[in-house]
Ligand binder design. Structure first.
Ligand SMILES: *Cc1c(COP(=O)(O)O)cnc(C)c1O
Length: 589
């Protein structure tokens, strides 16, 4: 949601003597057309459109109207306007679930009036919420004897803020107990961090040590740089299970070892909070897991984990989760006791009232799908993401920055060979996948198994860019235009710059969700191929006109005064880390 500004309904009329206007505000234009006296017109109400709003009057936008209007009319007006939005299922930019199963929807609607804050009034819903926390704690490897605690949140953002705040308070308590100052807390994260992580640092006044990412670190948090940036004021490390840019899992186990060594040498015990917004519901279920590495409470240093129920938890928007491995990691003074007639409830959240339906649907999904159901969904997503990656690379026009389609042992970009036409190669990749899939149904289940286990672990995300060869041969084609032309075919596929200091590289990114079925994938590949062919055939003039059609602020040019040198030798890291933590945040979500 964007921060909205007040708009005055009495904006001034354009100067009619001006000969030519170069820019026109369409809303202003319509507002000042001579539309008669705005009298209500015929009063029959045969259809929702038999109202002045149908043709003579603007629907009120910035001030509440004195009188109301018929429900069906207002419904139709709002519904029609919302048709301008993209189609959620074709919004491949988002990690957030767009498919709601019928029974889940029923539960949502039936419970739409229940407030998650009303513990006393809705004990059954509360109990369901507690069960979800317990299920997640187990999925995330809570150890025997530990008393895991946790809470539903509005999403991972709130969960991350709660997790960060608990780390900050624990650090303060330890420092005070040791008679040390608590003036300069810092937290470590990669430059690929989702905006919620940086928000935590800014809102809760903790210095963000945002470490540069590189191809070497898969554009993720670099353990070597973590080592260099620790000190006694480090309240914790945010490790991301599933980078939003490329879907790579950050090396939590490796980071944990570095923190172990640091504690041995320096005596400072630094915790890890895992931001598993997407990965928290992917890694536990897939055959690939986290690539054979530990990432959860199996690592003693991981004290808290968050996930978005509304991403791969398969719930519609509005629910996230945070779990601490043991209640001892949650400082007592952060917990509020709420007294009701019926008893006492403890709470640690930023929000009070919020809808409870999503929590109920989370429980429904967990019970309905079960472990194997989630596994099937996640494996399907990964299979489709692999297929898309391989098809794209088969064209020779694209290279994937994501690695989930590369055999587990091998990762790093490689280009496809150059025979046959690109389009036919992409099609062949899809076709061979389809025939092997149908062959699989006939063969025994063991033989059918090509699972994610053979591939590099990660989220079902395909991040891709023009291949070097394509860029050499078609320097005039802008990658951004691919995104733009696909939008005309209703696909929403963003073109992002990689994190600061790698931001000269743009990536197109497709998040493969459960509703991205095989047929749809086939259509997508066809459309990407056709769009790219169109661009290759087109001349420079047409392309530049397209580029100017972008909505919103121009990209990159002049950003932060332009200084964005890549750190090559470790010098100037301090400044670079600092620069990334300042100014207006630019991020990918
Ligand atoms: C989506 C995401 C978030 C924010 O989660 P919300 O549920 O949208 O609040 C944080 N971190 C990562 C890695 C994410 O992918």
């Amino acid at each position: 949601m964007s921060l909205s500004r007040h708009v005055s309904p009495h904006s001034s009329a354009p100067d009619s003597r001006k000969p030519i206007i170069l820019q026109i505000d369409p809303e202003d234009l319509i507002h000042h057309l001579p539309l008669g006296n705005g009298s209500p017109g015929p009063s029959s109400h045969l259809t929702p459109y038999a109202s002045p709003y149908a043709s003579q009057k603007d629907i009120p936008k910035y001030k509440i109207p004195t009188e109301g209007s018929p429900a069906d009319t207002v419904y139709a007006m709002i519904k029609d306007e919302l048709d301008l939005d993209g189609r959620p299922n074709l919004n491949l930019a988002s990690f957030v679930g767009t498919f709601v199963e019928d029974n889940a929807q029923k539960l949502m609607v039936e419970n739409i009036s229940k407030n998650l804050a009303d513990n006393d009034e809705y004990p059954a819903m509360m109990s369901i919420s507690e069960r979800c926390v317990s299920i997640l704690a187990h999925l995330w490897g809570v150890q025997k004897g530990e008393k895991a605690v946790g809470s539903p949140t509005t999403g991972s953002s709130e969960a991350i803020h709660l997790g960060g705040l608990a780390m900050k308070r624990r650090w303060q308590e330890h420092r005070r107990a040791a008679g040390k100052d608590t003036l300069k807390p810092n937290i470590i994260m990669g430059a690929n961090a989702q905006v919620a992580l940086e928000k935590f640092a800014r809102y809760f006044e903790v210095e963000a040590r945002i470490l540069p990412v590189s191809a070497k670190s898969n554009f993720c948090l670099d353990p070597d740089l973590v080592r260099e940036n620790l000190d006694e004021n480090t309240i914790g490390v945010f490790a991301i299970l599933g980078s939003t840019y490329t879907g790579h899992f950050e090396p939590v186990e490796e980071i944990s070892k570095i923190l172990d060594e640091y504690q041995e040498k320096i005596g400072v015990d630094i915790p890890i909070h895992v931001d598993a917004a997407s990965g928290g519901f992917v890694a536990p279920f897939t055959h690939a897991g986290a690539g054979g590495k530990k990432w959860n409470f199996e690592l003693p240093r991981v004290k808290s984990i968050n996930a978005s129920g509304h991403k791969y938890g398969l719930v519609n928007p509005g629910v996230g989760w945070i779990v601490w491995r043991d209640e001892s990691y949650l400082p007592r003074h952060l917990i509020f006791e709420l007294h009701y007639l019926g008893g006492t409830e403890e709470s640690y959240t930023l929000n009070f009232s919020r809808p409870g339906g999503q929590v109920i649907v989370q429980y429904y999904n967990l019970i309905h799908l079960g472990y194997l159901g989630y596994r099937e969904v996640m494996e399907n997503c990964l299979t489709n993401a692999r297929m898309l990656s391989k098809s794209l690379e088969a064209t020779g026009w694209y290279t994937c920055v994501s690695d989930i389609h590369r055999p587990a042992s091998q990762s790093g970009a490689g280009l496809a060979s150059e025979t046959a036409t690109a389009a036919s190669k992409a099609k062949n990749a899809i076709a061979s996948a389809a025939s092997s899939a149908s062959a699989n149904t006939a063969s025994p289940p063991e033989a059918a198994a090509e699972t994610s286990a053979s591939y590099t672990a990660g989220l079902p995300v395909v991040s891709f860019r023009f291949s070097d060869q394509f860029r050499t041969e078609f320097p005039r084609v802008r990658q951004e235009t691919v995104s733009l032309l696909l939008r005309a075919r209703q696909w929403i596929i963003p073109n992002y710059s990689l994190p600061p200091n790698e931001d000269t590289t743009d990536i197109l990114r497709v998040v493969v969700r459960e509703s991205m079925s095989f047929d749809l994938l086939d259509r997508l590949v066809t459309d990407i191929v056709q769009v790219t062919e169109t661009l290759m055939r087109n001349d420079e003039v047409d392309l530049s006109i397209l580029a100017k059609q972008r909505r919103g602020p121009a990209k990159k040019e002049g950003k932060d005064g332009g200084d964005k040198g890549v750190r090559k030798d470790g010098t100037g890291l301090g400044n670079e880390v600092k620069r990334m933590a300042e100014g207006i945040h630019r991020s990918v979500c």
